[in-house]
Structures are given as C-alpha cells and as structure tokens.
Design a protein around this ligand. Sequence first.
Ligand code: PBG
Length: 329
Amino acid sequence: MTKYGSFPGARPRRLRTTPAMRRMVAEYRLHPADLILPAFVREGIAEPAPISAMPGVVQHTPDTLRKAAVEAVEAGVAGIMLFGVPLDEKKDAAGTAGTDPDGILQVAIRDVRAEVGDDLVIMSDLCLDEYTDHGHCGVLDAAGRVDNDATLERYAEMAQVQADAGVHVVGPSGMMDGQVGVIRDALDQTGHEDVSILAYTAKYSSAFYGPFREAVGSSLKGDRKTYQQDPGNLRESLRELALDLDEGADMVMVKPALPYLDVLAKIADAVDVPVAAYQISGEYAMVEAAAEKGWIDRDRAILETLTGIKRAGANMILTYWATEVARGL
Ligand code: PBG
C-alpha cells in the first residue's frame, strides 16, 4: 500500500469495529442525572389534557403531576421544571395568579415537594407570560411596551412566593435586564439564601417555542423580540452571561438548544458554574412529527440530539423526554 501521510498505519476505523470497542472509546455519554423534566400543571382540569403539538406531553392535574415526579425520581432524573397554567379567567394584565401564594404553580411546588422531598431538584419557571392576559413575559407600560423595571418588581414577588412554596431553584426566563440581581435580593431578604437561580442567560427569540404557547394556553399577540435575543447574535450572549454571573446566577442556561449549540459551547468554555441547555417544545415536536411520518428513527434521533447537546458543553439538559430516556439508559 502506498503511504499517504500517516495512512495506512493510521486507521481510525479500528476503534469503531465492535459495539464494545465503540462503547469503550465513547467521549460523551448520557446519564439520567444529566436530565431535567419540564412539566406543565393546569388548574381546573380533572384529567390530564394532551398537548396536540407535543404528542406524549400533557398538562397535568395535581395528581398526575405528583405521579410524574415520582416516576422521574425512579428513573434517576435530576430535576423537574414546573410551569403553571391558571384558569383563563385568572389571567390579567399584571399576571396576579403568578404571585398568589395559592396560585397553581405554588400549589404544584408544594405538592411535588411533599411527594418527593429532596429526591428531585424542584425548579420553577419564574416568568409572567403564563399568567398575563396579553401573554407577554412582563407588565406593559401605557404605550403597550414591556416595562422592564416594573416587571422586576413582579419577579421579586414571584421569587418569594415560589421559594415560600418550597422550590429549590427558580428559573427566571423573561430576559428582563437586572432580573437575576433583583431575584437574588428578594430571595435573600426573605430568608431564602439557599434557593438557587438557574438564569436563562442566552434565550433567543425562537420559532421553536410554538408548541409551548399551546402548552400554557398563551394568548400572545406579537412577539418577544424586544426582550429575547436575536438569532443572529453570538457575542451578545457573552455579555448576558457576564451580567448574569455578576448579578449572582448559580447556573446558566442556553435556550433553545439544537439551533444554538455554538452559543452553548462558547458559554460552557467561558464559565465556572454549571451550564444547562433547554431542548424546547419545537425541538421535541420536530422529532416526534418526523418520526410519526416514519421519516426518522425516533429513539436514535432523540439520543443523538441529547448527546450533541451534552457534547457541546451542557451539564444539564431540560428535555420533555427526560423520564423516558433516563429509563432507557
Ligand atoms: C417563558 C418560557 C417559554 C418557554 C419556557 N419559559 C416561552 C417563551 O419564552 O416564549 C419555552 C419552553 C418550550 O418551548 O419548551 N415563560
């Protein structure tokens, strides 16, 4: 055989010859404890309600949510991220249901904590869009724009009620400037020094949130482009990162995951805190829809996306497949 550079001596295929060999040399592998299950709980329903754009995902009743939490623990999943869906008539301009100590999310936190205690890291979405009648992540000013600083006051109240309910980690997802600092202050001043903040640090204005709107019954008109990031920006994420860390973020997150793996890799390289990625509703729907049509191998596609997200640098992955995948690992 003619020598071409280091060929034929060097043959990378040698390390791919058998399943055992491939397993041995694998650089990244998923573990159940990498995974966090996002879960929706809806007020006023007697049976879990399917979400048509997310086949296999439901809006839980309090009972089925408890069950889902127990199943997640049994599968070895690390945590659960809770989203509350209030009755339509409880939505208003200020998102009042989000700060009601007996609001749906607070009840869900107490329920799940009572059910699984500290066996699962209990996290909650800290954002107003599930509770506002206009569907924005904050309160609006007289001109109809999302008012950053007025929204921060609402977030501070949300942090307190969620922490009072027993959450371990709050996840501010509204992309308001100063949200991490204000929430840290609110938690510390109310005796919740041990509640951590998972900051949605790089959260992009994405078409892939589509199915989530159905999941939380959101009536958003317009878009979130004045607060979420433009998909064309990378350096901006590093600025958001620096600000969040400065304000006291314990962990940072990139969202969505798959279209932003470069952002994830950059952030993972730059920090000394845990990094999460959120594989969002549209990423889930895309795989499920193609699999349903028989166009891709569902199970392989799921593992491939999750492995890619881990390889890009995520320590933690929020995925609607968390329990299923954890069971299979
Ligand atoms: C905001 C929030 C959203 C998601 C998580 N938190 C929606 C948005 O920003 O528009 C999306 C999650 C998903 O799509 O799976 N409360």
